[in-house]
Design a protein around this ligand. Structure first.
Ligand code: NAD
Length: 363
């Protein structure tokens, strides 16, 4: 039986190899006149090339860092104001896209980005966002989430103001992603899909995206990691997009809740922080439904699916033990994870004590 549901997906998605070349067309279609572009150091030369060619692009900020900072978004807001821009283009991984989203939402407010970070009372009028992902992982191009850090806090903010107007998913842009980042971002996409599937808010329409995404990841991630070719990279770009579409409505759950204190305090990249607890949480969250999913995606059981995640971490040297992070405060990790709002979406109620036991096993 299908329950009533609402699924909103307002982002116009352009998916295709070489589609970065359609940027001007996309800007025309969405009515953009004046743009700024946000990226990280790696894509600074590409951004300058676009700046030279495009009549609409007026300025570039190429200072985005992984686990992006509020200060980066503040710089982008300045550029938007100086250029009276109506559109922010993000060219990069989740860090660039989230910086662009946050800056676009602050662009026309009387309040400072810091005030908006604290209260999240974004104005109705925001700049348009064109998201061009260059990693296959976050799905940020189709979600109303922006993850921004300030001080020791890494905040995942959900707000309609962050929804991109358009997304250009050009798999060729991911060909240069280093192997380790391919694995980390690929496991991030896997985590989105599986958390979308087990979130208490899941719906049949999002289950469909999730199952398709998990299958594609199982079939392509190892190849994209060890012998990347256009086919495996394109399939991963599509899987990441599907995973974004899968979790946009149900949101993520325990694995993401645990990832935030891990990234904020021990500086693990987001996908690696998710990977650290994912196999443990699969077993804690196991159910008949999860056993069925495992079979549908070609694993015999949830245990086998969890083993597959352990295998991915081992072949790529990702963190599998907390001891690899130095002195770790398990009480703090358990407390912070248990009280994270995303924990409410988990299908099994996990107490601080349950999480402490899980982290102790990972010590
Ligand atoms: P990232 O954007 O931090 O990029 C990682 C590194 O890879 C950076 O050094 C970047 O310059 C480099 N890079 C990116 N694309 C490249 C390419 N094509 N070739 C070579 N190098 C490249 O990594 P990410 O995993 O895409 O994003 C992680 C961030 O996104 C985290 O802050 C995470 O919390 C957030 N996130 C957001 C959402 C969302 O819905 N908004 C979802 C999941 C994660």
């Amino acid at each position: 039986m299908i329950n009533n549901f609402i699924y909103e997906q307002p982002v116009k998605i352009y998916f295709g190899k070489g589609f970065l070349s359609k940027l001007d067309e996309v800007l025309d279609e969405i009515g953009s006149e004046t743009c700024v572009l946000v990226t990280s150091k790696f894509f600074a030369p590409k951004a300058d090339e676009i700046l030279k060619k495009s009549k609409k692009l007026k300025a570039v900020f190429s200072g985005v860092v992984p686990n992006p900072l509020l200060s980066g978004a503040e710089e982008v807001v300045k550029l938007i104001k100086e250029n009276s821009a109506d559109t922010v283009i993000a060219l990069g991984g989740g860090s660039s896209i989230d910086t662009a989203k946050f800056a676009a939402a602050c662009a026309y407010s009387e309040k400072t980005p810091h005030e908006l970070y604290l209260k999240q009372d974004f104005p109705k009028k925001v700049a348009k966002i064109v998201a061009i992902p260059t990693t296959s992982g976050t799905g940020s191009e189709v979600t109303k989430v922006s993850v921004i850090s300030h001080g020791n806090e890494k905040k995942s903010i959900h707000n309609p103001a962050f929804m991109p107007t358009a997304a250009i998913v050009d798999p060729l842009l991911t060909m240069s992603v280093p192997a380790r980042t391919t694995m980390i971002t690929g496991i991030d996409a896997f985590t989105h899909a599986i958390e979308a599937y087990w979130s208490v808010n899941h719906q049949p329409i999002t289950d469909g995206f999730a199952i398709q995404s998990i299958r594609l990841i199982i079939e392509n991630l190892e190849k994209a990691y060890s012998e990347p070719d256009e086919e495996s990279k394109t399939n991963m770009a599509y899987a990441s997009l599907l995973a974004g579409l899968a979790f946009a409505l149900p949101k993520t759950a325990a694995c993401h809740a645990c990832s935030f204190p891990l990234s904020a305090n021990y500086h693990l990249p987001h996908g690696e922080a998710c990977a650290l607890t994912l196999d443990s949480l699969m077993l804690l969250n196991n159910s008949q439904r999860l056993e069925e999913l495992s079979k549908q995606v070609g694993a015999e059981s949830t245990e086998k699916l969890a083993e597959y995640i352990r295998h991915l971490k081992e072949i790529s040297g990702l963190c599998t033990k907390l001891s690899e992070l130095g002195e770790v405060d398990i009480d703090m990790l358990s407390r912070e994870s248990a009280k994270h709002p995303l924990m409410a979406n988990n299908p099994v109620k996990l107490t601080e004590d349950d999480l402490r036991k899980m982290f102790e096993k990972l010590r």
